[in-house]
Design a protein around this ligand. Structure first.
Ligand SMILES: [Zn+2]
Length: 102
């Protein structure tokens, strides 16, 4: 773990995924990696329905791992992109907390 506490930044997690998997991710390519992400999101849905906490946590981990792989392939910095859009306020109504109507 890095930083002052036991938490890792999204950027550090993405870099770790790059070190672990980029050679395989780049070979698999955009479409194949995107399909894996979709499959993991589906598995997260199933885990949420089953309600097994450990399984839910594992599926969240898979989703962020595959999202990171996809970002690595496309050269997107997830943390930068996320904060550029969602920096302490809702991008639609510009309020915190969000005051958009459903
Ligand atoms: Zn809003």
């Amino acid at each position: 773990m890095q930083g002052d506490d036991d938490y890792m930044h999204i950027q550090e997690f993405q870099k770790m995924m790059r070190r672990l998997y980029f050679h395989r991710d780049s070979e698999r390519g955009l479409k194949g990696t995107f399909n894996w992400l979709v499959e993991e999101v589906e598995e997260l849905r199933e885990a949420l329905e089953n309600g097994d906490r450990k399984e839910v946590e594992r599926e969240f981990a898979d989703v962020i791992a595959w999202l990171s792989s996809l970002a690595n392939i496309t050269g997107v910095d997830l943390e930068k992109a996320a904060l550029a859009k969602y920096e302490h306020k809702c991008p639609k109504c510009k309020k915190a907390p969000c005051a958009c109507t459903f």
